[in-house]
Design a protein around this ligand. Structure first.
Ligand SMILES: Cc1cc2nc3c(=O)[nH]c(=O)nc-3n(C[C@H](O)[C@H](O)[C@H](O)COP(=O)(O)OP(=O)(O)OC[C@H]3O[C@@H](n4cnc5c(N)ncnc54)[C@H](O)[C@@H]3O)c2cc1C
Length: 456
C-alpha cells in the first residue's frame, strides 16, 4: 500500500504532474490569484470568460491540484458548510434559501463546464445516501429531512431498510436519507482538466512559486514580485501559513483509503450499482465512493488537527488513522474487509471559527478571498468563483447578495486553546458515536456537548 504521495487519484493518472514553469521575474497583471485549487481555478475561469482582455496570473506553491482539490472524496454534493441558521447573522431566511438553490445549481454547472471544455473526470450523476447504521442515527433521519425542507432543500427523501437493501448491502443499516442531483468525480482528473482549460483561455499559472506576502496591489513571491490591481487568496486549508492569516481558518485533516479493485462476485454481494455517494449519520461521519474502476474509497476525520496549525504536506496518514478507516470499511462492507488497500492519504480543509464558508472582496484593498468550506468545497469553490467574478467586475448580481458574501468571522484562539477545542470536539463526537452504536441513553448528551463546543 502506498501512503501519502498527495493522493491515489494521481497514482491512477500515472504519478504527479511535472510543474508548469515558475515565475522567473517580476511581472504585472490585472488580477493575481494565489493557489491553483478549485477556488483559484474557477475564479480565473469565470473572470477570463467574462472579460478576455483581463490579464490574470495564478501563483501556486506546488502544482495545480496539489491541495485538497486533488485529494478529496469526489462528492459533488451541492451543499455548503453546514449550519443554515448561522447565515441568518448576515442575511434573511429568504436569502439563505436562495443560497441553498444557488448551491444546488452548481452540480449542473460543474458538469456543464467539464463537458464544454472537453475533459473527462469519471463524472457520474447519482444520489447520496446518508445511512443510519444504528437506532439513534435512524432517529435523526426524519428531523434532518424536516430541517432540509425548512430551508428549501427538496432534493431529499427517506428510504427504509428494505429500500436501502435493494441499493446496497450494509449490515445493520436501518434506512437512509437519500438526496438526488449529486455527482461523483475523480478529483485529480477534474482539477487537472480545469487547470488546462484555464491555461487555454490565456491565464498564466506559475507553479513551484510560493506567495510570501500579500498586500494592496502586490504579491511578493519567492520568485519575484507581482504588481496587480486585485489579489484573490485561494489557499483554503493552507491559509494559516500566510502572514496575517494565521488564525483565520484552521487546517483540519481529512484522510482516505482506497482498496484494490473488487472482484465482480464481491460487487454482486454488495450491490451499489448506482455508484451512489455513501456516507453515514455518525457525528464524525465518513464518506465513500465506488470508483469508476470498481474500488471502494473511504474517507473520514482520522487525526483531526495538528498543533499550531501544522500541515503534513505530503499527506501521509498515521497508522492509527488508517486503522480507523479500515475499521469503517470492515463495518460497512465486511465482504471487502480483506481486499488489500492500494493507497492511504490525507489533506487539509479550511475551518473558520463559526464553521461557515465565506467569499468576499475588500473594497478598499481589493484583496478577495473564498474558502472555509469545511469539507464541502467542490460545489462551494465553483459558486465562489462565479461570485468573485461578479465582485471583481463590480457587477451586483443575485450571487453577490447571498449571505456568505463578505461575511466577517472572528479568528481562532491562540494555542493551546485551538488544539484543545478541536481535539476535544472530535474526542467527544467519536465517544458519542461509540455510545450510539451501543444504544446508550447518554449518547445524545455527548452529541449535545460536541455541538456546544462547536458553537462556542
Ligand atoms: C481528504 C479530503 C476529502 C474531501 N472530500 C470532499 C468531497 O468529497 N466533496 C467536497 O465537496 N469537498 C471535499 N473536500 C474539501 C474540498 O476538497 C476542498 O474544500 C476544496 O478542494 C478546496 O479547494 P481550494 O482551491 O479552495 O483549496 P486547495 O485545493 O487546498 O488549493 C489551495 C492551493 O493553494 C496552494 N497554496 C497554499 N499556500 C500557497 C502559497 N503561499 N503560495 C502559493 N500557493 C499556495 C496549495 O498548494 C494548493 O494547491 C475534501 C477535502 C479533503 C482534504
Amino acid at each position: 500500500m502506498q501512503r501519502g504521495g498527495v493522493s491515489f487519484w494521481y497514482q491512477e493518472l500515472g504519478g504527479l504532474p511535472k510543474p508548469r514553469p515558475a515565475l522567473d521575474r517580476s511581472v504585472s497583471a490585472d488580477i493575481c490569484i494565489i493557489g491553483a485549487g478549485f477556488t483559484g481555478l474557477w475564479a480565473a475561469y469565470y473572470l477570463k470568460k467574462a472579460d478576455p482582455t483581463l490579464t490574470i496570473v495564478i501563483v501556486e506553491e506546488k502544482f495545480a491540484g496539489f491541495g485538497a482539490s486533488g485529494r478529496n472524496g469526489g462528492w459533488v454534493s451541492g451543499n455548503f458548510a453546514w449550519d443554515h441558521e448561522k447565515y441568518l447573522s448576515s442575511g434573511t431566511a429568504d436569502q439563505v434559501k436562495a443560497m441553498v438553490a444557488a448551491f444546488h445549481g452548481t452540480v449542473d454547472e460543474v458538469i456543464a463546464v467539464a463537458e464544454a471544455e472537453g475533459f473527462e473526470a469519471d463524472i457520474h450523476r447519482t444520489e447520496e445516501l446518508a445511512i443510519a447504521t444504528n437506532a439513534q442515527q435512524f432517529q435523526r433521519l426524519a428531523p434532518e429531512l424536516k430541517r432540509l425542507h425548512h430551508w428549501g432543500d427538496h432534493r431529499s427523501w427517506l428510504e427504509n431498510e428494505a429500500q436501502l437493501r435493494a441499493r446496497i448491502a450494509i449490515p445493520g443499516a436501518k434506512g437512509a436519507l437519500v438526496t438526488s442531483g449529486v455527482a461523483r468525480i475523480q478529483p485529480a482528473k477534474f482539477v487537472r482538466g480545469l487547470a488546462d482549460a484555464v491555461a487555454r483561455l490565456g491565464v498564466t499559472i506559475y507553479e513551484a512559486t510560493r506567495a510570501d506576502e500579500i498586500s494592496k496591489g502586490q504579491v511578493i513571491t519567492d520568485q519575484g514580485r507581482i504588481a496587480c490591481g486585485v489579489v484573490l487568496k485561494a489557499t483554503e486549508g493552507y491559509s494559516a501559513r500566510l502572514s496575517g492569516y494565521e488564525r483565520d481558518w484552521l487546517p483540519l485533516n481529512s484522510a482516505q483509503i482506497v482498496t484494490q479493485p473488487l472482484p465482480l462476485e464481491l460487487w454482486r454481494d454488495i450491490g451499489w450499482t448506482g455508484a451512489e455517494l455513501v456516507g453515514d449519520m455518525a457525528h464524525a461521519y465518513c464518506y465513500c465512493q465506488r470508483t469508476a474502476d470498481g474500488r471502494i474509497a473511504i474517507g473520514g476525520r482520522g487525526l483531526p488537527y495538528l498543533w499550531n496549525s501544522k500541515i503534513q504536506q505530503d499527506g501521509r496518514p498515521t497508522s492509527g488513522t488508517i486503522a480507523q478507516l479500515q475499521g469503517i470499511l470492515a463495518r460497512l462492507f465486511p465482504a471487502a474487509a480483506h481486499v488489500p488497500l492500494a493507497h492511504a492519504w490525507q489533506g487539509v480543509l479550511g475551518v473558520p471559527r463559526d464553521w461557515c464558508a465565506t467569499v468576499g472582496l475588500d473594497g478598499e484593498t481589493q484583496i478577495g478571498w473564498a474558502g472555509g468550506y469545511v469539507g464541502v468545497g467542490l460545489t462551494s469553490a465553483n459558486l465562489a468563483g462565479r461570485t468573485l467574478r461578479d465582485l471583481v467586475l463590480s457587477k451586483p448580481t443575485t450571487l453577490t447578495q447571498l449571505p456568505w458574501v463578505n461575511r466577517r468571522v472572528r479568528t481562532w484562539e491562540p494555542e493551546p486553546l485551538r488544539w484543545m477545542a478541536v481535539r476535544g470536539l472530535y474526542a467527544v463526537l467519536k465517544a458519542a458515536d461509540r455510545a450510539e452504536a451501543k444504544d446508550r441513553a447518554y449518547a445524545p448528551h455527548l452529541a449535545r456537548l460536541g455541538a456546544w463546543i462547536k458553537s462556542q
